[in-house]
Design a binder for this molecule. Structure first.
Ligand code: 2BA
Length: 109
């Protein structure tokens, strides 16, 4: 068995979950926050059999797209703050960040 952890953009989460459920796969949705942008994203936990991993990755590929986002970097700490001009920079977020982990035991009562 595998535990798949997928961090996806909030905008992609409903469609992603809809397709998973239609394929009979189970997921737990957690609200999360990206450490860099400090914006909300969605983390999905999916416990699946080994032969279902590819099906989940296919759902990821077809539902999670990358988007460009403007970020204004924070002023450098300890530097000359008055000389700092905060220009927005563009970062590409997503499609998704996925980790596939081996599961030793799964117990449901
Ligand atoms: P954030 O940490 O808010 O990152 C959002 C996007 O900002 C990233 O998109 C990346 O394009 C950019 N970024 C992140 N750290 C950066 C840095 N130090 N310098 C320049 N640009 C940076 P993604 O790579 O698609 O990541 C989307 C979200 O997935 C992340 O949100 C984070 O919540 C999660 N994530 C990504 N990689 C991860 C990892 N190795 N471990 C845990 N969570 C991860």
């Amino acid at each position: 068995m595998k535990l798949i952890i997928a961090i996806v953009q909030d905008k992609d989460a409903p469609r992603f979950l809809g397709q998973l459920l239609r394929k009979g796969l189970k997921a737990t949705r957690l609200s999360s926050t990206g450490g860099f942008l400090k914006e909300g994203n969605t983390t999905l936990l999916m416990g699946v059999e080994d032969d279902q991993v590819d099906a989940v990755l296919e759902v990821v590929r077809t539902n999670c797209r990358s988007r460009e986002q403007l970020v204004t970097p924070l002023a450098p700490s300890g530097g000359a703050v008055d000389a700092y001009v905060p220009y927005p920079v563009e970062v590409v977020v997503g499609g998704a960040t996925v980790f596939v982990l081996g599961v030793e035991t799964c117990v449901r009562t």
